[in-house]
Structure formats: structure tokens, C-alpha cells
Design a protein around this ligand. Structure first.
Ligand SMILES: Cc1cc2nc3c(=O)[nH]c(=O)nc-3n(C[C@H](O)[C@H](O)[C@H](O)COP(=O)(O)OP(=O)(O)OC[C@H]3O[C@@H](n4cnc5c(N)ncnc54)[C@H](O)[C@@H]3O)c2cc1C
Length: 502
């Protein structure tokens, strides 16, 4: 039996939820949402831990309190009265530990100052690159322009804190222009709020879901949302799609919106027929799916500092990224003794492959170095392996060096009547929950344009046209001029930040 509808939305995470809402708001109500798992929310998901609930995926509302537009996640958070806590990230660099224990602030001060200045420099450098229309470089290349070569354990910990803690990949892998300064902070504001709500962070989706789906209390009872439907085949043409699921169901529609993560698209879970064109697959393979893991620990009592400003603690190890960032959950869970440590990339993949017990052994060794031999043993440990989750295949995307803005447009672009969106297609906010929400809206509107006005290839077709030859010569001349201007700017900026400028 083939079910016919107008639009098929694949995935009921943040972007699927807003894509469907955008369609419904504009009168396209004949759609189905096919979700592989038995719940909505995707990478916003919590778990029981030590008698409370911890967030395994998205944890912060990122980018709050700016003078300009309000982060849409923050708006939803206010609407549902989400329980969240301001994160004092700035204090992290005052709480550095190494194998000898606490490193006195004076001892680390000059290293912290140099890392701060290098970070400030790469931010300015990135703006120069963008303004001058100069090609992208990696974060690490930017650091080298400043002369920042992290070698010592403390330098490496700071390097990890400034870069990997956000992008979940090392500076040598990440695009500078698209990650620093962070558009999320520049546009929505510098503040970040850590969510610890017994209802789960996913409660922010409730107002959206309620606006267009039939609900029984907090549960969706609308037959358009189909859970447990793993899409494994998408056949498409320029006029429609046929989507099949692993349980043998088949759906036919005028368009499909695929919100599966870039990690899922890189895997062969979904078979496209005909195969996606080279330009599309090439950028899908080139973009990065990073791995970020929070390792939660519960203790019989607290042995870490609990005074204000001690929430974030940096552990500097000889091995870069080895259990670097520790965060206590004293404010969030005052009656418990909970702490967690974050690992990314190779360290993340490593812990995902070993047992909880092996990881516990390693983190206890680190904690004993930080706080002394007499600390109690943890009585619970938990972390989630996002990389092995077949419907996530990693934590969130990171814009790698080597993907141009044009290629990024290819990542967003539809192929036939298949539209793509998710956090990974957000040009300004890739990786983030608000990026996913906004992309669902953008793509929903693109599909509306197609269904109602017959404009089915979005903005991309226009972007594909090469500039005329006359224009190219002028562009080249302009680029030479800006390159010269830019190299002078970099020299003076570097001098200023090194304090050499009179
Ligand atoms: C560990 C971690 C920490 C994070 N921290 C933050 C944070 O603090 N702040 C922040 O803003 N963001 C954070 N994020 C990122 C944020 O969670 C994501 O950007 C956002 O949730 C992605 O939404 P999405 O709709 O693009 O994708 P998803 O949430 O992945 O939704 C896609 C949906 O598609 C489904 N699906 C996949 N394949 C198929 C298939 N073949 N058939 C049917 N359904 C399918 C999936 O099950 C999923 O429900 C974090 C993510 C992780 C994992």
C-alpha cells in the first residue's frame, strides 16, 4: 500500500518540527513526519542519572542577551519556563589543575594572557578575511600568524578550551572564517544558559508541536507523526518522491524534506535513487560530523570547590584533550554530588569504544591528581555514544577548512524534489539547536515556494551561474588590492596585541 501526501518530512528533531510547522502555518497540512526512533526531539534528549535527569545531547541555550535579535530557542525557553543556569565560562581559566593539583593563578597568568590575546587576534584576523573577501584558513593557521604554538600541558588545555570545546574538533581541522568569532554570540549575544529541567530540554518543542499537531496533554496523538519509521530509500524525480521505510511502508509525495544529520547522510542508511549527484555527495562527505561526549559522574560527597566561580575546572594533561573540562552541577542539583567531564574527537571516540569501568578508572586517576588521593570513588558513571547511534552518527557538524561558502550552498541545495536541512545546513549556526530550528523554517518556506509558485530549486540555481568574464577581471583586481590592505592590517594587529605598538 502506498500512502500519498503532499510533503514527507524525514526526522522529527528540531528542524523537522519547525519544517512541519512552517508548512502547516501556510496551509500545507497534508504531510507526514517519518521518525526512526520512538520519540520526537532527535539530539535533544535526556536520561535518568543518579536519581535525576541529565541531558545527553544539547545542554545549553547558546547566544543570549545580545542587543539584537533573540535566539529562537531562548524565546521557546521563556515560553515553557525552562529551568536553566547562567554559565560563568570566563572563570574557567582561573581554575587550572595539572598533575600536581591546583595551579596557582599567578603561575598560569602569563600563559592565560597569551592564549587570550591569540584568541582575540584570530577573531580579528577572521573578520579581516571576511571583509577582504580573502580565502578561508584554519583556526590553527590563524594562531600561527600570531605566534601561538601550544606546547605545554597548560597551553594545550587552554587551546582545547577556546576551540575544541565549541567545535569538538582541533583548530587544525576547523574553518576560521566560519567559527571565530562565533556568529551565535555575535548575533544573539555572549551568554550561555545550562539547561537542567526535570521535564528535559526537549520540552521547548512543546509549543511548536501543539501549534499544528493533535496532542493529548504532552503526547502527540496525530497520525501524521509516524514513529519507528526508518527511511531506507528515497526515489526522486523533478516532480516528486517515493519514500520507503524499513518496515515495508511506502509514501508518495510532491516533495521530501530530509533532516537526518550529516553523519547519517555520510552513512549508507538512506539509499537515494538515482544516486545523489557528485557535487552533492562531495560536500556531504567533506563536511565534518564531530563527536562530543559528556561523561557524568555521581559521588557520595563533594570534594571539588563549591565557591562561586569554580563551576568550570581545566585539567592540563601532557596528552591534548585528555579529560580537559570539568563542570560541577552544584547549582543544578544542590542535593546531589554530580560533576561531568567533556571529551571530543579522538578522545571521545576512544572512550566510546571502552567500557564504563575503564573510563571510570581513567577519570579517577585524573581526579586524584587534581584533588588528592583521598577523594571517594564515584558510585555512578554514564555517557552516551552518539557516534554509534545509527540515527545521529556523531554529535554535531563542524565546518572544516576546505569547504567554501559556495560548497556550503550545495549542502543546502535541493536535488530534484528532495530538500535538505538540519543544523548542518545552517550557514551561521551550524552545530547548534537554534541553527536546526531556523533551517527547518527556511526549508519549509522553500518547499512552499515550490508547491505554490512552482519555484522548486531555491536560491541555489541562481548561485550556480558563473560571473561574466568582464566581471571576473574586476574582481581579481579588487582581490589584489584587498590582499595588500589585509596583510598590512594583520601586521599592525599582531604588533598591537603583542604590545609592541607605540
Ligand atoms: C552531545 C551534544 C551536545 C550538544 N550541545 C548543544 C548545546 O549545548 N547547544 C546547542 O544549541 N546545540 C547543542 N547540540 C546540537 C543540537 O542538539 C543539534 O544541533 C540539534 O538538536 C539538531 O537538530 P536536527 O533537527 O538538525 O537533527 P536531529 O536532532 O538529529 O534530528 C534528526 C531526526 O531524524 C531522525 N532520523 C535520522 N535518520 C532517519 C531515517 N533514516 N529515517 C527516519 N528518521 C531518521 C533522527 O532520529 C532524528 O530524530 C549538541 C548535540 C550533541 C549530540
Amino acid at each position: 500500500e502506498m500512502i500519498t501526501t503532499d510533503v514527507i518530512i524525514i526526522g522529527a528533531g528540531a528542524s523537522g518540527i519547525t519544517a512541519a510547522k512552517t508548512l502547516a502555518d501556510q496551509g500545507v497540512t497534508d504531510f507526514v513526519m517519518l521518525e526512526a526512533t520512538d520519540r520526537v526531539g532527535g539530539r535533544v534528549r535526556n536520561a535518568d542519572f543518579a536519581g535525576g535527569k541529565v541531558e545527553l545531547g544539547a545542554n545549553w541555550v547558546e547566544g543570549v542577551n545580545g542587543p539584537g535579535p533573540v535566539n529562537p530557542v531562548w524565546t521557546l525557553a521563556q515560553e515553557v519556563n525552562l529551568r536553566s543556569f547562567y554559565s560563568f565560562f570566563d572563570n574557567g581559566t582561573s581554575n587550572i589543575y595539572d598533575e600536581r593539583g591546583f595551579v596557582p593563578i599567578e603561575e598560569a597568568a602569563s600563559t592565560v594572557e597569551a592564549a587570550d590575546k591569540a584568541f582575540e587576534f584570530v577573531g580579528e584576523l577572521s573578520k579581516n578575511l571576511t571583509e577582504g573577501n580573502i580565502e578561508d584558513i584554519s583556526q590553527q593557521t590563524g594562531q600561527r600568524f600570531f605566534g601561538f604554538y601550544p606546547k605545554t600541558a597548560i597551553e594545550m588545555a587552554l587551546d582545547w578550551w577556546y576551540y575544541d570545546f565549541t567545535t569538538a574538533e582541533p583548530p587544525r581541522a576547523s574553518s576560521l572564517k566560519n567559527t571565530v568569532p562565533l556568529p551565535t554570540e555575535e548575533i544573539f549575544g555572549p551568554d550561555h544558559y545550562f539547561v537542567a529541567d526535570p521535564r528535559g530540554y526537549a520540552v521547548v518543542f512543546q509549543p511548536l508541536l501543539k501549534s499544528y499537531l493533535k496532542m493529548d496533554g504532552e503526547t502527540v496523538v496525530d497520525s501524521r507523526l509516524k514513529l519507528g519509521k526508518v527511511v531506507n530509500k528515497i526515489e526522486y524525480t523533478d516532480t516528486g518522491v517515493v519514500v520507503s521505510t524499513a518496515d515495508g511502508s511506502v509514501y508518495k509525495a510532491k516533495a521530501a524534506i530530509v533532516t537526518a544529520s550529516i553523519g547519517v547522510l555520510q552513512s549508507n542508511l538512506i539509499n537515494f535513487s538515482p544516486g545523489l549527484p557528485f557535487w552533492k555527495m562531495s560536500v556531504i562527505y567533506q563536511f565534518d560530523m564531530a563527536v562530543y561526549t559528556k561523561i557524568f559522574l555521581s559521588f557520595p560527597s563533594k570534594f571539588w570547590p563549591t565557591h562561586p566561580g569554580s563551576e568550570f575546572m581545566l585539567y592540563a594533561d601532557e596528552s591534548r584533550g585528555y579529560y580537559t573540562i570539568w563542570q560541577s552541577l552544584d547549582k543544578q542539583f544542590p542535593d546531589k554530588s554530580l560533576i561531568f567531564v567533556t571529551v571530543t574527537d579522538e578522545q571521545s571516540k576512544r572512550v566510546n569504544q571502552q567500557s564504563f569501568n575503564d573510563t571510570l578508572g581513567e577519570v579517577m586517576v585524573v581526579l586524584r591528581k587534581m584533588f588528592g588521593e583521598n577523594i571517594p570513588m564515584a558510585d555512578e558513571i554514564y555517557y552516551y555514544d552518539w557516534q554509534s547511534d545509527p540515527y545521529a552518527k556523531g554529535s554535531y557538524s563542524n565546518w572544516p577548512i576546505g569547504v567554501s561558502t559556495f560548497e556550503f550552498k550545495q549542502l543546502q541545495a535541493p536535488v530534484g524534489r528532495v530538500y535538505f536541512c538540519g543544523e548542518h545546513t545552517s550557514e551561521l549556526y551550524s552545530g547548534y539547536l537554534h541553527g536546526a530550528l531556523l533551517e527547518g523554517e527556511r526549508t519549509g518556506n522553500e518547499v512552499i515556494q515550490c508547491l505554490k509558485k512552482g519555484k522548486c530549486q531555491g536560491d541555489f540555481a541562481a548561485g550556480m551561474k558563473p560571473p561574466p568574464d568582464s566581471c571576473r577581471a574586476a574582481m581579481k583586481k579588487e582581490a589584489e588590492k584587498t590582499k595588500k590592505y589585509w596583510s598590512k592590517q594583520v601586521d599592525s594587529l599582531r604588533d598591537q596585541l603583542h604590545g609592541k605598538c607605540t
